[in-house]
Structure formats: C-alpha cells, structure tokens
Design a protein. Structure first.
Length: 473
C-alpha cells in the first residue's frame, strides 16, 4: 500500500494509507519540503508492504465510511471514484497546530490562522484531502481504498457498467431532473462483470446508482447527468461583443448564461464524547471560515483598474433583480468620460437584473451633472451608443440626486425579489479608481441592512431629484 505522511515542526500531523494500487507503486518515492510560519512542513509518500502496516493502539475510536466522489475529504474526489475510508481518531493533537484549554475543555489553534489555512492548502495539494471543515482530522490516521466503477450510457439510452464482481448487486433510480420516474432493483452482473440496464421509461436524463456487496454499500453516486445536459449548459453560455471604452481600458466583455458514522467502542458514554469533539471541530471550522471572510479585502494600487473592473463585474453579473450603486461623486464633470466608461461596464453586466439605481450628490452645476443634466447629456451625445446598449439589455438606469454628500463610502449592492442582498464596498469613487490606493471589501450579510439604511435615508427628505434613462419592454 501507499503511505503518505505530513510533518510540521518535525511532528507528524497526518498519516494516510492507500490500499489497492498496482505493484509499480513500489518504486514510488516523493518528498516535498516547504516553510509555513515558524516551521517546515514536509510531505512524504512511499510504498510499504502490507505486513509492515501497523496502527498505534492508543486511538479513541475508529470511523468507517463510504465516501462519495464529491466528498471533500475523499482524496480521489472530482471524478467518479468512491472511497472506503477507515479513520482512527486520536485525542492528542499536534502541539504546533493546536493547544488544549483544560478550563474550557476545548482545543484552539496554536498558530496564526493564515498558517493553518496554508497547511490546509498544502495538505489538499499533496494528499487530495480538504480538511478545512474537519481541522480535528489532523493527528489522525486515515486508510482509503478506491472503489472505481466504469459506467457509460449507450446510444440507445441503456446504462452499461463494467468492472463489477459477481457478488455485487446494482440498484438504479432513473430520474427526470430531481424526480424518480422508475427504478431497477438488485440486478446481478454477468460472469464477465458487465451489466446492461434498460429503464422502462425513456424520458430520463439523470440517475442515482447504488452498488452493494456482501450486504454493504460498495459504491454510490447521485444526480449523474449525461452529455445532453452538459452540452445544453455550454450552448447557453454566451460571450458578449466587446464594448469600446474611452479612458479605463480598450475593450470590455463578459461571459454569461443566456438562460438559466459507524463505530465500535465499549464505552457506553462514547456518544457524549464524540459530541464534544464534534462541537470543538465546529468551533475551529467557524474560526477559519470567519477568518477567510475577514480576509476578503482586495487592496488596489494605482493603475490596477483591471482588478477593479473584474471585481465589479463579478458582483454585477449574477444580479437577478435590481442593483443599487452609491457614489456621491459619480457625475464629476472633470471625469465624465471615465463615468461613461463605467456606465457602459455596468449596463453590460445587467444580464439578469433590469433595474440599476445610481445615487450621487449634486450641488454645483460647474463641477458635476445633476440627474436631469446627466440624462440630457447621454440622450444628446449618446457616447459610444450607450442608449443602444441599454436597449439591448432591456434595462433602465435610475439616477437619484441627493441634497448632501453624507454617503461617504461607495457601495454596489444587488438585491433579489425576496430582498436578499449581497455586495461590495469601495474605498474611492469610480472615477478615481484608476489612480488611488484603496480597498474593496465584501459586505456579506451586512449588505441588506446597509442598503435598507441608505434607502431609508433617501426617503427621509434627502432625495433632491430622480430621472430614469431607458425603458423595459
């Protein structure tokens, strides 16, 4: 079998065994050495004979699972390979990663969260296991055995399965999308390990398959769709024609969719013990997730306008109802050509959302455009055919002119019909994003409250004027 180990600060933090690989793996030797934080992390992979395999007997419990192909802890995930997993859980965790608090009966991280995330990435890269949701997997021993079955669909819509054993039984639920429309139960393969399955209904486009051997689940995969579905998804992907910009960059275009535990231990209180460890693991995972969210800040330097455009595009492209943009200095006359570029980018990204509100401040006609004057300018000069672009998107821009400039930060917030909102905050105006140092940050679950408070402020007598450009047919 193949043995993989990861050490950190010369202490073993993970051991993984793989059963069922060819004899040629006997020659395999691999060693990767990197520096993370204060210590070096080392991955080693070697072949060991089965007779040399031994598990330290001081484990607390062991778990046995069948991992599906999409399970993140499955080292073979991403394909069609299930894995039988045996895990030996050890209460003593690596001291350079965790520290134990006797008072709270809890484990916590002993190093910086950024270093934990780097260790996770290293582990995922070289073992295939993603332990982000299971940090207490470190310090344990895992044994994996791949269960790979070759499954195809024939031209006459049969399911063809090979590499089966005569002791196996196969059950398939044929589905039309999520609905089961017929089931073929407990089918046995031929002597040569093959099986053809013919459903009694023709309108299926997906299936769930379960394969059993010796009264145990050997293989499971759900919601398998075939190439018609993939081709359909590919066909409705569309790349927009490039639009030409004056100041920010040469052209801009987008891609968009055209439519749309088992265990065996003698202690009767083991369930309480496992619940405690589950709670500790959840706390550790939440810390990592929270840290990742807090780190979702993009630092922008002068002349990095492409990064800004990409972030704005990613925010707008998935909006499916309406968008609110707040920028007090959006209509500054000195940078009107840059404003036009941003309007073209915004309109181009209105693939599903058809209403875009833009809120800005106006008090001096020599320095900025009012809502009315901006609309007149766009209609009179129609720069770069911005009106035609708006018609093609079947969308409208609603300009809101405020009486004062109390909205200091800039926001892009997208809301659906159920008033669920997401968005970003921007540390400078759109028309100066190409020349300033600033940050862009995700608003996460705060977006709804921010949008509500700003709209409430508008409706409390702070809206001076409003105009609409375009119409929805």
């Amino acid at each position: 079998m193949i043995k993989e180990t990861i050490t950190y600060g010369r202490q073993n933090i993970l051991t993984v065994y793989h059963r069922g690989f060819d004899e040629e793996t006997k020659k395999r030797r691999l060693k990767i050495n990197e520096k993370i934080g204060r210590y070096r992390i080392i991955f080693e992979e070697t072949y060991i004979p089965d007779e040399n395999f031994k598990i330290p007997d001081d484990y607390v419990w062991k778990n046995e699972f069948l991992l599906k192909p999409d399970d993140t802890i499955n080292p073979y995930h991403g394909g069609t390979c299930c894995a039988k997993m045996l895990e030996y859980f050890y209460a003593q965790k690596p001291k350079y990663m965790f520290r134990y608090n006797n008072k709270d009966n809890q484990y916590d991280f002993a190093i910086e969260l950024n270093d934990i995330l780097k260790i996770n990435e290293f582990t995922k890269k070289y073992t295939g296991m993603d332990l982000k949701k299971y940090p207490l997997g470190y310090g344990n021993i895992f044994i994996f055995e791949p269960h790979l079955i070759d499954i195809k669909r024939t031209k006459d819509k049969q399911i063809y399965i090979k590499n089966l054993r005569s002791s196996m039984l196969v059950t398939i639920h044929f589905k039309e999308y999520e609905n089961i429309i017929c089931t073929n139960i407990a089918m046995k393969p031929s002597i040569d390990g093959e099986l053809y399955v013919t459903p009694n209904k023709k309108n299926w486009n997906a299936y769930d398959i379960f394969i059993y051997e010796n009264d145990e689940l050997f293989y499971e995969q759900k919601n398998i769709y075939y190439i018609e579905e993939i081709q359909f998804s590919m066909n409705i992907m569309k790349k927009s024609n490039p639009i030409y910009l004056s100041e920010l960059k040469n052209t801009f275009s987008i891609d968009y969719l055209l439519s749309k535990e088992k265990f065996s231990v003698g202690n009767k209180n083991i369930n309480d013990f496992k619940s405690l460890w589950k709670s500790i693991n959840l706390n550790l995972y939440n810390k990592l997730s929270s840290h990742v969210k807090k780190s979702s800040i993009l630092f922008i330097k002068p002349n990095e306008i492409n990064k800004v455009i990409a972030k704005v595009k990613d925010t707008l492209i998935s909006a499916n109802y309406e968008v609110w943009i707040f920028d007090s200095y959006f209509t500054d006359k000195r940078n009107i050509l840059i404003t036009i570029d941003w309007l073209r980018i915004i309109i181009e990204c209105l693939v599903y959302a058809k209403i875009c509100h833009i809120v800005f401040y106006f008090n001096d006609e020599n320095r900025s455009y009012s809502a009315v004057k901006l609309k007149e300018y766009l209609i009179k000069y129609n720069p770069n055919n911005i009106l035609g672009q708006l018609r093609n998107r079947n969308a409208v821009l609603i300009f809101h002119q405020t009486k004062n400039s109390k909205i200091h930060d800039r926001f892009i917030i997208k809301c659906n019909k159920e008033n669920k909102c997401l968005g970003i905050g921007i540390g400078t105006s759109f028309n100066s994003a190409h020349k300033n140092f600033f940050c862009i940050y995700d608003l996460d679950n705060r977006a709804k409250n921010i949008c509500y408070e700003l709209q409430k402020w508008l409706n409390e007598g702070n809206l001076q004027d409003k105009t609409i450009l375009g119409e929805i047919s």
